[in-house]
Design a protein around this ligand. Structure first.
Ligand SMILES: Cc1cc2nc3c(=O)[nH]c(=O)nc-3n(C[C@H](O)[C@H](O)[C@H](O)COP(=O)(O)O)c2cc1C
Length: 215
């Protein structure tokens, strides 16, 4: 078996980023890139992002979640507050989100502070989910060790019966996090590894400092 990937090489040639086409507001820059990726139609789950946390063991851990909302305040995803990531973020709200959009040869990296969304916001989003997903949230004590798959399927079955004609309540352990960005970095692949990178850093909670970074 040959595990040598040295010849995996690609020249990035699709686009460029400079002061002229960079929006002065990073959220608007994000929106513009997100829309480009959506419009291109060639990528599944444009809203899939990596969330990294520092856990009680002092190790960073990354995992994918789905971005469900964003605006000037920040980026929202939903999860179990008692999962490994939930506990880590409640303990240490410093986090990093990142997107890789290979079809546009782009990466966005966001450092920020996570906070729980107000209950009413999580309630509204939970109520909008399909019943199967709602029950799934009730069934799964995310990140806990379980004996086997049957444990989940049996629990789902009994909850399906219980809530057959009833609204499923949002479990208190499930809800959203808002990540308020402190820095946002935009990476556009370019030929010869001379990629374009711009970093926005929030100054005094007010203005964004913009710097070009070496690739
Ligand atoms: C494409 C994709 C989307 C996912 N979306 C979510 C999500 O929105 N929320 C979530 O809690 N987990 C989501 N997951 C599962 C997480 O990656 C992870 O397995 C889970 O949240 C448990 O993580 P933890 O034990 O580190 O807390 C997704 C996984 C993939 C691959």
């Amino acid at each position: 078996m040959d595990n040598n990937l040295h010849d995996y090489r690609k020249s990035y040639e699709k686009s460029s980023l400079d002061r002229g086409n960079l929006n002065q507001n990073p959220l608007q820059q994000f929106r513009s890139w997100f829309n480009d990726v959506e419009k291109s139609g060639s990528l599944d789950e444009t809203n899939a992002m990596t969330v990294s946390t520092i856990g009680a063991d002092d190790f960073p851990k990354n995992r994918i979640v789905l971005l469900k909302y964003y605006d000037e305040n920040g980026f929202v995803f939903y999860t179990n507050y008692e999962s490994e990531k939930g506990k880590a973020l409640i303990d240490n709200p410093k986090t990093c989100l990142s997107f890789f959009w290979p079809n546009m040869e782009r990466q966005v990296i966001i450092k920020g502070l996570a906070e729980k969304l107000p209950d009413t916001v999580s309630d509204n989003y939970f109520a909008s989910r399909p019943k199967g997903s709602q029950l799934g949230a009730l069934v799964s004590n995310q990140s806990e060790i379980i004996e086997n798959r049957e444990v989940l399927e049996n629990e789902l079955k009994s909850l399906e019966d219980k809530y057959q004609n009833k609204e499923v309540p949002r479990p208190k352990s499930w809800g959203g996090f808002l990540v308020r960005p402190q820095s946002m970095e935009f990476w556009q692949g370019r030929p010869n590894r001379l990629h374009d990178r711009f970093r926005f850093t929030l100054i005094d909670d007010l203005d964004w400092k913009i710097e070009r970074l070496a690739p």
